[in-house]
Write a protein that binds this ligand. Structure first.
Ligand SMILES: Nc1ncnc2c1ncn2[C@@H]1O[C@H](COP(=O)(O)OP(=O)(O)OP(=O)(O)O)[C@@H](O)[C@H]1O
Ligand SMILES: [Mg+2]
Length: 162
């Protein structure tokens, strides 16, 4: 750990089980602000579970976990703290989780409106900006089932708050 740097994510002997299946067995580490870290390992070893713990989609069963100064080991987090956490911690789901009845643009503009309080116009503008960056500007009005697998993945990835 570097002197004077407060880690963005710090985990200490974190445990997570699903029933009798122990997935995270006391893992520790930290990630500094701006640091890029790849988590690698065999299928089923717990990579997604760890990421899901980082924004409290899963509750840890043991150890300590702090993300952006919020202690996720506590069970009495307020909805305000959870909202703040999830506004800061973006997650690209392994499955694309696009709403099938909404266009690409509507899918992307939804979270900024709900989470950041952006207007529909503002949300669409941000969405178009990022879609252009990943070469999908021409797919803004398309529905998810009209996209290739890679295009769905890129739709899911561009907007930080999604
Ligand atoms: N909600 C759940 N209920 C029960 N078991 C679960 C649940 N979620 C994950 N598991 C199990 O926990 C283990 C870790 O799953 P996880 O999704 O974290 O793996 P992963 O490392 O991301 O794998 P992959 O590389 O295949 O995506 C697996 O054995 C999985 O079957
Ligand atoms: Mg996974």
């Amino acid at each position: 750990m570097l002197d004077n740097v407060v880690p963005a994510i710090q985990f200490d002997r974190v445990e997570k089980s699903f029933g009798s299946l122990k997935v995270l067995k006391g893992i520790s580490g930290f990630i500094n602000p701006g640091e890029v870290v790849a988590i690698i390992g065999p299928s089923g070893c717990g990579k997604s579970t760890l990421l899901r713990c980082f924004n409290r989609l899963e509750k840890i069963n043991g150890g300590r976990l702090t993300v952006n100064g919020i202690d996720l080991s506590r069970s009495n987090l307020t909805s305000q703290q959870l909202r703040q956490l999830r506004a800061d911690v973006g997650m690209v789901f392994q499955h694309f989780n696009l709403f099938p009845h909404m266009t690409v643009l509507e899918n992307l503009a939804l979270a900024p409106q709900k989470v950041l309080g952006q207007s529909a116009k503002e949300g669409s503008r941000t969405a178009r900006f990022f879609l252009d960056k990943v070469g999908l500007a021409q797919k803004a009005e398309a529905y998810p089932d009209q996209l290739s697998g890679g295009q769905k993945q890129r739709v899911r990835s561009p907007v930080p708050s999604a």
